[in-house]
Every structure is written in C-alpha cells, then in structure tokens.
Write a protein that binds this ligand. Structure first.
Ligand SMILES: [Mn+2]
Length: 326
C-alpha cells in the first residue's frame, strides 16, 4: 500500500474532528504512556462532545495506566471515522488492527518517520509527544478538556519526554504542560506513579538487566538480550520489559543502549537508545526499522548471536569504529 498523506494544520484537524462522528481511535501495539494518553485524551474529549468514540489497540490497555481509562467502556456502533494517534507506521498496529491499515482518515503523530498511510496527516515532528499535538487540536477547536483529559495529555508528554528530561522537551512542551497543569491535575502524584514506583516484577527485571548487560565497542555500546528461554527460566514478567533499554544508559561511558527481545523463535525486537551523539534512527533505518534520533527500533531475524553480530556491524561504523570484532 503506497499512499501519500495530505498534510493538514491543527485547525484543519480540529474542524475534521468536530465535523465527523463514530470514531475508532487506534494506536500502536505495546501501548506506552503517549499512546494511551493521546488515545484516551482524544476519546474522552469526543465523547464529552456527545460523539461516539472508542480506543482500539492490539494489546490490552496496561493496568499501570488504568487512571487514564477509569470509567471507560467500549461503545457499540459502526465506525465511520478512523483516527490514529502516536502511530508512525501501520506495521505497528499489531495483528488485530491490521485490517484498518488502508482506511485511516486522519493520523495525528509526532514521529518524523510517519509513513503517510493516512488520508490526512497532522504531523509535528518537533512535538515531544503525540499528546502535545492533541492538546493543541483540542484547544484550537474549543473542544472539551477536563481534569481526566488533562491527566491523559500530561501522562503522554511526561512519559515520552522522560519527565521533561530528554532533548525532545522544548520550551513549547513546557508551555503546553503549564496550561495542562492548570486543570488541577495531581502531577506530583502522577510523577511518582509514572517514574518512581515499580512493581516487584519490574524490580526483578531491572535486577536481571543490571546483572546481564554486555558491553562492546570500548564499553560504549551496551547490549541486553532477553530471550524466550530467559523469560521462562527467570519468571520475568513480559509486560514489565517495556523501556528496559534505558537501564544500561545509566552506566558511565555508554553511548548506545540496545535491548534485544525475542518475540517469536528467531525473531527479535530491538530497541536502541542513544545518549547524545549517535543517531539510532539512522542505524535502525538500515535494519528496516525507524524512530527518533535518540530512541528507535527494528526487528532482526536469526539466532541471538547472529542478531548481535548484525546489529554491531551497523552500530560500529555509525560510532566511528572500523574494527569492531575483538
Ligand atoms: Mn509518542
């Protein structure tokens, strides 16, 4: 499917959302805080306008974001308008949503790698989160924003920006967040819930990562691999593996953190984080993936050792290494 989206403005998107009805709001599999926040933030606002709207995702909504969908029940209706949020590529729909790939009316996104799969595209690659874009649309269209919606939007922005620490955090991110905080959200409690509190299962995952990280390329590249066997043997909770790529980044001198997770036999999902200078979006792009300069991903097939070699053969030159086998 090759389609080039029509780029639209924030005002166009607001007009479109107000004009239409019976929304399916779709987001990416393994939904993170921004996927959940932008999906439910938009859904709650459309419903508050008396419209029908559901949020759909191939994976169950994570319990840790339960406060974003408190009181939400799917409505029964025939979808007429398909909107995606925080979704760069229909490949990220996951199996259950794949069927909608060719019927997306509007995509609201912040990934520069957005493939243009939707009829209309509102893309702000400078936004730290899709929620930052959603907020501007709601505001521009005078659409409802209440405390719950503000919580959704705050969660997306805070999580995608690493609680306003990552480089994607701009003055505009802060100004938008300041307005969102004006809705009386319990941001200190949210921050503790989002960034400090860990389940025991997550604690164990972090312990595993710290004990098993390998370093390469003059100790500048950290790789952590989680195979299906590891998960089985150690009892690590699959749903707690999100975001572990950031853990090896705490180690002094690390420039790239790579996480390799076995999704199917001989099929590995790779996440990369960059501390500063290396563009991991480029690296993942060479392996058929994509993302942001400092956070990107791809899928690599083969045995674990082959996968590591394949990754290092692309990472090494990107980091200025000629000889990387040592
Ligand atoms: Mn996002």
């Amino acid at each position: 499917m090759e389609r080039k989206s029509q780029s639209i403005t924030i005002a166009d998107a607001a007009g479109f959302l107000k004009k239409n009805d019976n929304y399916y709001i779709l987001t990416h599999m393994n939904p993170d805080g921004d996927a959940m926040g932008s999906g439910f933030g938009l859904c709650h606002s459309l419903r508050a306008m008396g419209k029908k709207a559901n949020v759909l995702c191939s994976d169950p909504f994570p319990k840790r974001y339960g406060f974003l969908y408190e009181g939400y029940e799917p409505m029964k209706f025939t979808p007429q308008t398909i909107v995606t949020v925080d979704l760069a590529d229909t490949g990220l729909f996951g199996r259950e949503l794949q069927v909608y790939g060719e019927y997306v009316d509007l995509a609201i996104d912040h990934h520069i790698s957005n493939t243009g799969y939707a009829a209309k595209l509102l893309l702000d690659a400078n936004a730290a989160a899709a929620c930052e874009v959603i907020y501007q649309v709601l505001k521009e269209g005078n659409m409802p924003i209440n405390k719950q919606i503000a919580q959704c939007l705050y969660t997306g922005i805070a999580t995608d920006s690493g609680c306003f620490r990552y480089e994607n955090t701009t003055p505009k991110t802060h100004m938008i967040t300041a307005e969102i905080m004006g809705y009386g959200i319990p941001y200190a409690r949210l921050n503790r819930q989002l960034f400090e509190i860990k389940s025991k299962a997550r604690f164990m995952v972090e312990q595993y990562v710290i004990n098993n990280v390998e370093t390469y390329l003059d100790n500048k590249c950290a790789i952590i691999a989680v195979t299906a066997d590891t998960v089985k043997e150690t009892g690590l909770a699959q749903e707690e593996l999100e975001g572990i790529a950031s853990i090896p980044m705490q180690l002094e001198g690390i420039e790239i953190g790579v996480t390799i997770k076995e999704k199917e036999p001989k099929k590995y999902k790779v996440s990369m984080r960059s501390a500063e200078n290396v563009n991991v979006s480029d690296i993942c792009g060479k392996l058929g993936g994509g993302g942001h300069m400092r956070a990107a991903g791809c899928t690599v097939e083969g045995d674990l050792s082959q996968v590591k070699l394949k990754l290092l053969s692309v990472i090494a030159p990107a980091m200025g290494f000629d000889l990387w086998l040592s």
